[in-house]
Design a binder for this molecule. Sequence first.
Ligand code: PBG
Length: 329
Amino acid sequence: MRGMNLPLRPRRNRQSAAVRALVRETTLNAGHLIYPLFVQEGTRSEDIASMPGVRRHCLEDLVAEAAAAQALGVGAVVLFPRIPDAIKTPLAQACHDDAGLVPRAIRALKQALPELLVITDVALDPYNSDGHDGLVAADGRILNDETVEVLCAQALCHARAGADWISPSDMMDGRVGALRKALDGSGFEQVSIMSYTAKYASAYYGPFRGALDSAPKAGDKKTYQMDPANIREALREAALDEAEGADVLMVKPAGPYLDVICRLRAATSLPLAAYQVSGEYLMIKAAAASGWLDESKLVMESLLGIRRAGADMILTYFARSVAARLKEG
Ligand code: PBG
């Protein structure tokens, strides 16, 4: 009976590991993780100066890294290519070359690891000599509809090579619908679209651009990536992506945008992904390297927080190491 002045004691539900396990509200397991992997030409892999602990893989090492992650329970990878400067052009034609690096990487992965879910990034920045996700007009404007046409060619190229999901990260208007139409029109109805729905113009992408040498040559990405100040706009993007046929929506970055994850979770019945980006990775690595914070605890807590906010799946550079730790128990 209430009103007896008995102290209420929430700590009873925390008093042993067994109780805590029973009342735990959020889980994190390797199956929730997507592992972003960098790939480069040639027969050697390299450390990435801007992302300590992450490598750009040659094809052979790419397959080995994906296999190791898969053996630990990580079911999906997403590929990011380092394209040599010599083949970057203003029209980014190399992005839909069937003999290009990404199609070769997809085929190598699919041949060696048929059960692995292979996701590709659809955007022009690694291929574009201007370093933008879209085509750049003479006056510096980013051309929306012209870009979407190239993105469709890029997605079809990835689908022909065997990609399971394609993931547009460019933030052009109307691209999800155009990609769905292009894929269906070529017999790729089974290829899913994970859309970067709320991708913010973020300083947290710095280390990634260093890894791919893909920073914009002029200007910034603020005319297509979202203003970090906005959340209603994320709901609008989500409604559009859903209407255009996206299979999975994404919020990026993750940690500084937990409120956006939470709001989108409530606004859509689609699965939701969140991308713990390179800058979030680097901040944890830097704090751990200085001895100030405990890396493994910090990683777990950051990922659990993203799950608690409402993400079903998380893209994280920690995927392999986290999966290894989860396996140890
Ligand atoms: C580019 C792309 C970026 C990232 C994923 N795809 C960078 C950008 O938009 O400039 C960032 C990922 C990360 O920082 O880890 N289409």
